[in-house]
Design a protein around this ligand. Sequence first.
Ligand code: SAM
Length: 279
Amino acid sequence: MAEVFNKKKSLGQNFLTSDKIPIRIAEACGADKTCGVIEIGPGMGILTKQLALRVAKVVAIEIDDELIPILAERFADADNVKVINEDVLKCDISAIIKEEFSGLDVAVCANLPYYITTPIIMALLEGNYGFKSITIMIQKEVAERLCAKAGSPTYGAVTAAVNYYASVKKQFVVGAANFSPKPKVDSAVITITPYEDKPVKPQNEGLFFKVLKAAFATRRKTLVNSLSTAFSTISKGDIQRIVSACHSPTVRGEELSVAELAKISDEINKLIYTTEERQ
Ligand code: SAM
């Protein structure tokens, strides 16, 4: 089948070529017959097949309508596979969970289309869907970024944002030769486990994300300067005082852990709140 289907680069269609990797991904996902799995981008169904053998139900969301008849034929006899022809970013995930997975734990497992990896991960986490786990294959560099520690060169805004919602575990690396067409970069499988109870709880989540964005906006700038630009109504003196109380006054944004970013956001929140009360 792979030979007759014209793969679309614009949809990130680098398909796995042997069953060995999908077996490892399905096993790393850890889902069993007590679980339902949402798969994003089933392609020709190579991972779908391995998931369907292991879990109670698979709902596979595929944007490319040319793949739908191929998937329908391949899973015609599988009563635990449902294919939905939609863009995952436009899907009503809550409705899918409610309608398709009643009484089951729900996990996500996918070889993600790499052109929208971060928007998909953030949508899955921000939606607060109660996923048991999210096991995904992504570009190796992105996997390393998501697993990076604060202050390391690959630690970035997306690392902090993902680590606010979840813990991230590296699973294994998959060489480019395992795909058709062969991508320019290697891939890696990671498991993101959303926290049931987040360890870091900023007083004002919206403000926390504004601080996070500002902290990483300009890499070589000090945090005091980045925050002064983002919060122009707060005096530089107040920002210096807040940063110094949490860290060294010359710290750069990318050196801060999620907990430290939350501490700074709470101090800014307190300052804004007290100033508003005084007015
Ligand atoms: N799971 C297959 C495999 O491992 O061989 C295919 C993985 S391929 C890297 C990514 C798949 O995601 C493609 O089938 C592509 O058509 C699909 N896709 C791309 N963008 C999508 C989107 N926004 N929503 C749902 N599926 C999408």
